[in-house]
Write a new protein. Structure first.
Length: 212
C-alpha cells in the first residue's frame, strides 16, 4: 500500500466571537495565531480531538499525588503578554523535548495574535516562573493551545498539573468543557491526555463526539 500523506485544511480568521469559536471547537478545529486548522484525510483520523466534561471529571489517585507534589506552585491567569523570559523558556523547551529551534517572530505570531478570546497562565515556584500556557475561551469551554515548562522541573508532572488547574478555572467560570487539543495514541508526549476521565473523543467519520 502506498504511504498516505498527512493533510490539513486551514481557515484564516480574526475577531472570532466566543459562539463562533465554540462551533469550530465542536467540529474539530484548533488554532495558532490567526490560522485555524484540522486534519482532512483518512490517515488523519489517528489525530483525534479530545475534551473533558468539567462537571463529570474527578481526580484519580495519581492526579491527586501530582496536585500534592505541586502544592507550593502558584497559578496566575493574565492577558496575553510577551516577554523575553517566556520566550527563553519556550526555546529551551522546544530544543530539549523536540530538538527544534524557533524564531522570536514565529513565537509571537503563533501565540500572541489572538483571533479569539485568549489569555495565558503562568506557574510560579518560590517566585520563579517555571511554566506557562496559552488558553482560548469559547462560549462553552476553555481550550488549551500550548503548554511549556522548564525542563529541569519535569519531575513535577506540570503538564498534568496545568490541565487540572485550568479545569478548575473553567469550572469557576461555569464552562462545560476543557479541550486538550489532539490526541495521538502512539505519541508518548500526549499520553497524559487520556488520563482525565471520563473524556470525549471526536469521531471524524460520524462528525460527532463520543464519551469514553
Amino acid at each position: 500500500m502506498p504511504e498516505r500523506k498527512f493533510r490539513q485544511e486551514y481557515l484564516f480568521a480574526i475577531d472570532v466571537t466566543k459562539e463562533e469559536f465554540n462551533n469550530l471547537l465542536i467540529n474539530g478545529w484548533r488554532r495558532f495565531g490567526y490560522y485555524f486548522f484540522r486534519p482532512s484525510c483518512i490517515k488523519c483520523a489517528e489525530c483525534i480531538p479530545i475534551r473533558v466534561r468539567i462537571n463529570k471529571f474527578s481526580l484519580s489517585n495519581s492526579q491527586k499525588r501530582v496536585v500534592k507534589k505541586n502544592e507550593k506552585v502558584k497559578l496566575l491567569i493574565k492577558k496575553l503578554e510577551y516577554s523575553e523570559e517566556i520566550f527563553n523558556i519556550y526555546k529551551e523547551h522546544s530544543s530539549d523535548r523536540f530538538n527544534q529551534s524557533t524564531k522570536q517572530e514565529d513565537f509571537i505570531e503563533t501565540f500572541f495574535y489572538d483571533s479569539v478570546p485568549a489569555f495565558q497562565s503562568e506557574y510560579y515556584l518560590n517566585d520563579e516562573l517555571i511554566a506557562f500556557g496559552f488558553i482560548d475561551m469559547s462560549s462553552e469551554a476553555l481550550s488549551s493551545v500550548y503548554f511549556v515548562f522548564k525542563t529541569k522541573y519535569n519531575f513535577l508532572s506540570l503538564g498534568t498539573f496545568s490541565a487540572i488547574k485550568e479545569m478548575e478555572y473553567a469550572r469557576s467560570l461555569g464552562l462545560k468543557y476543557y479541550y486538550l487539543g489532539y490526541y495521538i495514541k502512539e505519541n508518548h508526549h500526549m499520553s497524559y491526555k487520556n488520563k482525565f476521565k471520563p473524556y470525549d473523543l471526536f469521531d471524524w467519520n460520524e462528525k460527532k463526539w463520543k464519551e469514553i
